[in-house]
Design a protein around this ligand. Structure first.
Ligand SMILES: C[S@@+](CC[C@H](N)C(=O)[O-])C[C@H]1O[C@@H](n2cnc3c(N)ncnc32)[C@H](O)[C@@H]1O
Length: 159
């Protein structure tokens, strides 16, 4: 299985980089895991609705350029579908069974994901109603993917 995260913006903070590197290392025994960063669109503090839409479209186009038709895509969205870790783990395992060997997770920028990205997504994944910063979201998602593999291997890591 190949797992990829496509994320808007650069990971700046060292502590996020270290945390993600640790889970990426642990994941390497289960799967090929990659993170692809696309540039965020520089924008002033206050934006009109049209400008917000333009920023999301530009970032969305960059995201879509990194996704191949064969990839099964989860869009991370606050209003998306929530599920327990065990259900998420089972889903990942079933996707492989049904022939999806390329699974991609998409994390938006500060304004969220464009409608085009949401349309391309095969499913959505929400971590609850709280808004997480995109850098932290990347760390939390990487841990949850690792947790899913640990659940599927019957490890006591998941209690
Ligand atoms: C700072 S948030 C964007 C907030 C924006 N107002 C929105 O509603 O999407 C950046 C990205 O992190 C992800 N994200 C943040 N919190 C999340 C949550 N609770 N569940 C799922 N994804 C989340 C989403 O992909 C989002 O596009």
């Amino acid at each position: 299985m190949n797992i990829k995260i496509v994320a808007v913006g650069k990971l700046k903070e060292k502590y996020f980089k270290q945390g993600i590197a640790e889970y990426a290392k642990r994941l390497s025994r289960f799967t090929k895991f990659t993170i692809v960063e696309v540039p965020d669109e520089k924008a002033p503090e206050t934006l009109s609705t049209a400008e917000i839409s333009q920023v999301k479209t530009k970032e969305g186009d960059r995201i879509l350029s990194k996704i191949q038709p064969k990839e099964y895509v989860y869009a991370l969205a606050i209003e998306g579908k929530q599920r327990p870790s065990e259900v998420f783990a089972k889903e990942l395992s079933q996707l492989t069974t049904y022939g999806h060997s390329d699974i991609t997770f998409v994390i938006g920028g500060s304004l969220g994901l464009s409608p085009e990205v949401m349309q391309r997504a095969d499913d959505t994944l929400s971590f609850g109603k709280l808004t997480l910063p995109h850098q932290l979201m990347r760390l939390v998602l990487t841990e949850q993917i690792y947790r899913a593999f640990m659940i599927n291997s019957g490890s006591p890591y998941h209690k």
